[in-house]
Design a protein around this ligand. Structure first.
Ligand code: FAD
Ligand code: NAP
Length: 563
């Protein structure tokens, strides 16, 4: 835990860094460790009161990862990997937070992190080629590089119900859950949102509360997690095979060591198809997609076979046929919204103390006193839980006033949707790196693997520049355009853009619709990034800034000494 007696490591007013890191979750912690070990002078700023990122904020009941913990963890330290024992297949939030706190302590990271501090603005100064960073703590520092580790799913979205403030009961947000215990015993609770967060929280709250009303706008395809304790034998096997497991993650499309499939769902008999689905359903987790058929995400008819398998399961588990139908998703192809994992989700709707409210049919109209009003009923509640999601992919960066070359504002650059080269760099914003930024595989791959890959690439690039006396790097606009175009082509060959998902920004009123995740597969993306670096950072302009006081002349041919 953070030592409260320690002074906050805020820099001196005039302090200059090699890199300022925004955020101290999986990405920020590893970036700090890696860059500091390479001799860079680094400072991280974190809005939260401690390390952990997502796992600090999303403290809601039932929160856990949906990639197995032995993949959803760092690989950079073999000793850490061997020492840490996960207690379950999918660790719960407190355990993941404990792990990240352990990482911070083990590698002595806290001394370079200013907590409870929001980075408010980052402005590129063309005279010095330095970023000027201002924080809510009053810090004004300069830095050669910015490494944004501000997160893809970290900017909480509050629903825009005009009368919400009129609600007099308790209000909780899954994405900003209080760190003290919340006891719903004996209370009438309502929850809005049936994405992954809602799906995890609903069975736990239902078991505790006197009554739970679930306000569902869109039914989701919920897959079984098949969570369970790690046994010692399996833990030993994983630890003996970690090198193999991690190598497989790095080479695979989703950064998880699943087997993949070369078969179309439409080229096998109905019986065979059912058998394949049943086998992976029994295994649990995202194997239902990764290890069944290769066209579930590209062919609507193939996709529908998987969707129908899940609907049949819902009808089998849920006793009341009307409730079962309301829970059956029909608005989007399966997997085009992130399918939540949950072992008890559907069975929860058989409980006498749970009511499903279909707010797609009968929308929420008002809040008054302790009542939520829908178009045709009123629900008396003591507490309301909002599991209403995030301004994903771009929200965290856009909440900072970021200005690049020529005063270009990031919010105007991204006004029609995000643009980025490789998800790592943005034309017009020199020396700003984004970890798992838009148009990288980010949220469609196991994220710690993606985070480590990006941090390593950025650290190699910064070292390359230092070795050659270069201090300015910027993505070329043409390379960015081509990458965005290529990413769009890959996405448009899939069913993903068909759903009104947070992947396309459809959950945020007014957000331009753009699918900003790279779907070409993590393994091939990682190889591509490697090639770009090897080819002298193709698509990037690297040079000595005119203002640089460095004396060394870069040895690389492409480095230009002047504009
Ligand atoms: P984050 O963990 O989001 O950390 C970003 C940090 O930056 C935050 O602490 C935030 O406070 C800070 N920050 C942002 N803006 C500022 C600012 N202006 N100033 C200062 N600090 C700032 N992914 C998977 O692959 N598998 C999973 O099982 C999985 N489970 C998830 C469960 C939940 C509940 C959620 C919400 C996400 C999950 N994800 C999962 C996705 C998750 O985003 C990543 O796995 C991972 O946590 C990302 O780490 P990060 O460090 O990049 O970002
Ligand atoms: P989400 O997937 O965006 O779900 C938000 C839910 O709230 C949806 O059901 C949405 O309905 C509903 N909603 C939003 N605004 C609403 C409004 N104004 N009125 C009524 N309903 C509203 O968000 P999330 O559940 O927090 O998950 C986000 C992502 O975080 C996940 O997809 C996943 O990547 C990650 N995550 C992972 C885990 C895990 O298992 N490890 C857990 C939590 C989160 P619509 O669908 O109609 O928009």
């Amino acid at each position: 835990m953070k030592d409260e007696a320690q002074p906050r490591p805020h820099p001196r007013a005039d302090e200059q860094f090699d890199a300022v890191i925004v955020g101290a979750g999986f990405a920020g912690l590893y970036a700090l460790h890696k860059l500091r070990n390479l001799g860079f002078k680094v400072r991280a700023f974190e809005k939260g009161g401690d390390v952990g990122g997502v796992w600090y904020w999303n403290h809601y009941p039932g929160a856990r990862c949906d990639c197995e913990s032995y993949y959803y963890s760092y690989s950079f330290s073999k000793e850490l990997q061997q020492d840490w024992c996960w207690s379950q297949r999918y660790a719960e939030q407190p355990e993941i937070l404990r792990y990240l706190r352990h990482v911070a302590d083990r590698f002595d990271l806290r001394r370079d992190i200013a907590f409870d501090t929001i980075v408010e603005s980052m402005v590129f100064d063309e005279v010095t080629s330095l970023w000027i960073v201002k924080t809510s703590g009053g810090d004004v520092v300069t830095s050669r590089f910015i490494v944004s580790a501000a997160g893809c799913i970290s900017a909480m979205q509050k629903p825009d119900y005009p009368g919400l403030t009129a609600f007099e009961g308790e209000i909780y947000y899954t994405a900003a859950w209080p760190h003290h215990e919340v006891d719903f015993s004996g209370k009438r609770v309502g929850i809005i949102g049936t994405g992954a967060s809602g799906v995890q929280a609903i069975p736990i709250i239902a078991a505790q509360a006197a009554h739970l009303a679930v306000f569902q706008r869109t039914a989701n395809f919920v897959l079984p997690a098949r969570n369970g304790p790690m046994d010692a034998e399996f833990d030993a096997w994983v630890k003996a095979h970690y090198d193999e497991i991690r190598a497989k993650c790095l080479a695979s499309p989703g950064a998880v060591p699943f087997e993949g499939s070369h078969t179309s769902a439409l080229e096998v008999s109905a019986e065979e198809r059912q058998a394949v689905y049943a086998r992976t359903w029994a295994l649990g987790g995202l194997r239902f997609f990764a290890e069944t058929f290769n066209d579930l995400i590209t062919d609507e008819a193939a996709n529908e076979t998987a969707a129908e398998f899940v609907r049949a399961h819902i009808r089998e588990v849920v006793n009341d046929p009307k409730i079962a139908e309301t829970l059956c998703p029909d608005s989007h192809p399966i997997a085009t919204k992130r399918p939540p994992l949950g072992d008890d989700y559907y069975a929860t709707f058989n409980r006498a103390n749970v009511t499903l409210v279909d707010i797609a049919k009968s929308p929420i109209t008002a809040f008054s006193g302790r009542t939520i009003h829908t178009a045709d009923a009123g629900y008396e509640l003591d507490a309301l839980v909002l599991a209403t999601g995030f301004d994903a992919m771009t929200g965290a960066l856009l909440r900072i006033d970021v200005r690049g070359r020529g005063g270009l504002e990031l919010k105007s650059k991204w006004a029609q949707g995000a643009r980025s080269y490789l998800g790592l760099s943005i034309a017009g914003f020199p020396n700003l790196f984004t970890i798992t930024g838009p148009f990288s595989p980010s949220v469609v791959a196991n994220m710690p693997t993606g985070v480590e890959h990006h941090v390593d690439w950025i650290a190699d690039c910064m070292t390359h520049m230092r070795d050659r006396g270069l201090d300015f790097i910027e993505a070329e606009a043409e390379a960015e355009d081509q990458w965005v175009e290529h990413s769009a082509q890959v996405a448009n060959a899939t069913l993903y853009p068909k759903a009104n998902s947070w992947y396309v920004g459809a959950n945020i009123p007014g957000k331009p619709r753009r699918f900003s995740v790279y779907l070409g597969g993590f393994g091939s993306y990682a190889k591509h990034c490697e090639r770009i670096a090897h080819d002298d950072y193709e698509g990037f302009l690297l040079r000595v800034s005119p203002a640089s006081t460095r004396q060394e002349v870069p040895s690389v041919a492409r480095a230009a000494l002047s504009d």
